[in-house]
Design a protein around this ligand. Structure first.
Ligand code: BG6
Ligand code: MG
Length: 216
């Protein structure tokens, strides 16, 4: 049977995790909150609204709903300013090779991202055509580690959970994949993503032998 290979976007396909960090850090500092790379690990894969709440809690800062809406818009505008000139060069090393290999083996490829900016990023980087299904932050109501985003992606391509493989750079995303009974592949630091079934520093370490073993 065909498998479903589900990719997270930010920090897996494209190097946007650094831009999310910079945009959150700018807002946090403006609110007098210290925000480090370590704090940021807990925000990876987490929705925009939840991320703001976590930052405010961190600094013990309260805000009205109006304030929060304003801060969310501000963060997103700052984030989008980094994406203006985005093109294929932002695709992380090894990703295209893996996408091309999976396509050549006639496997399903899906996106499972918390971001509401996912589609324009796939367009700017010219990789939209690889995807059989796209589920992003506009489609789901429950954020990772809730598995909703991955369950919907597998459903859209008609593959059972056990036949789905998830590539993730976030703790929340690995947990979501595990909860869904999918095969979790961590991309990044193994000591952070220790809950993943497999872990690779980046896609250049994923070879055809590994992928064909997953295809079965
Ligand atoms: C996730 C990122 O993919 O999407 C988070 O890891 C981000 O850092 C979240 O906050 C929501 O993204 P966006 O683009 O809708 O603000
Ligand atoms: Mg990510």
């Amino acid at each position: 049977a065909k498998k479903a290979f589900i990719f997270d976007l930010d920090g897996v396909i494209v190097d946007t995790a650094k831009y999310h960090f910079l945009a959150w850090q700018k807002l946090a500092n403006q609110l007098g909150i210290e925000f480090t790379h370590e704090h940021n690990e807990g925000l990876k894969g987490v929705s925009r609204v939840r991320s703001l709440d976590i930052i405010l809690e961190l600094g013990n800062v309260q805000g009205s709903q109006e304030d929060k809406n304003k801060w969310l818009v501000q963060k997103n505008e700052e984030y989008l300013s980094y994406l203006v000139d985005m093109d294929e060069s932002e695709i992380l090393p090894g990703v295209l090779k893996v996408l091309e290999y999976l396509k050549s083996k006639n496997q399903f490829i899906a996106l499972g991202s918390a971001s509401k900016n996912a589609r324009p990023i796939l367009e700017k980087t010219n990789i939209m055509h690889f995807f059989d299904a796209i589920v992003d932050g506009n489609d789901v109501s429950n954020a990772k580690p809730d598995p909703e985003v991955f369950l919907r992606a597998a459903q859209l391509v008609g593959v059972s959970n056990e036949n789905a493989i998830v590539f993730e750079d976030s703790v929340a995303g690995i947990q979501a994949a595990n909860i869904a009974n999918m095969i979790s592949v961590g991309i990044g630091n193994a000591s952070v993503l220790y809950e993943a079934k497999y872990n690779f520093k980046d896609f250049t370490f994923i070879d055809e032998a590994f992928l064909s073993q997953l295809i079965g």
